[in-house]
Design a protein. Structure first.
Length: 208
């Protein structure tokens, strides 16, 4: 197994390793499309994105270099790059997964059984797929914490209500709207997030 010397200083930089194999013919547009659709991150924030091919002998690193996209590529003449779990042996309990999870099948396809997962309900497509995921994680003892994808209005209330029902004791990336008030008012809802169904529709009602 080979390690990698990165061509950029790390500091507090976040590094994202794409879980699936990538065709190394993909260049700027193709890799950027993966980053936008799968990671939902802005490359210009300074994160690094790593992509491996199926044989794990080629790697591409995409990042923002001051005024434009940059790609670093490496091809091994012998050996392969490490993927989890080999590279993270002994550290599994410290990892919380924020991989693009769309179904139970995506959870089963992870490199190892997760201790905690980030759940973004809008990724699942159907209520059935989402509730199957909730049932599976409960049965397997997998913890969950909430996240959103820029939902506003009713959609924001829906993911908050789901969080209050299925994982009220863990962090919720989408805070109730009152947290946007400056200065912050007293009596804001905290953890655990109480289930507060709206009088109309399936959504959480901000009563702060």
């Amino acid at each position: 197994m080979q390690s990698l010397s990165l061509p950029v200083p790390l500091g507090q930089t976040r590094i994202h390793l794409y879980a699936k194999n990538v065709d190394m013919r993909k260049s700027f547009d193709g890799l950027h499309a993966i980053i936008q659709s799968e990671f939902q991150r802005d490359v210009r924030l300074g994160d690094l994105f790593l992509f491996l091919n199926r044989r794990r002998d080629r790697l591409k690193l995409m990042y923002w270099d001051r005024d434009g996209f940059a790609i670093f590529m490496k091809r091994l003449e012998c050996g392969t790059f490490q993927r989890p779990p080999a590279a993270l042996a002994g550290e599994h309990d410290r990892i919380t997964w924020d991989a693009p999870i769309h179904s139970v099948a995506d959870v089963l396809a992870l490199a190892f059984k997760p201790r905690v997962l980030n759940v973004k309900p809008s990724r699942f497509g159907t209520v059935r797929a989402l509730f199957e995921f909730y049932d599976y994680c409960e049965a397997q003892g997998i913890g969950l914490y909430g996240g959103g994808q820029t939902e506003l209005g009713v959609g924001r209330g829906q993911i908050q209500y789901l969080a209050s029902l299925f994982h009220p004791d863990t962090p919720n990336d989408v805070a109730p709207a009152a947290y946007n008030i400056d200065p912050l008012p007293d009596g804001l809802p905290g953890t655990p997030l109480d289930a507060a169904p709206s009088a109309t529709g399936f959504r959480w009602e901000d009563r702060s």
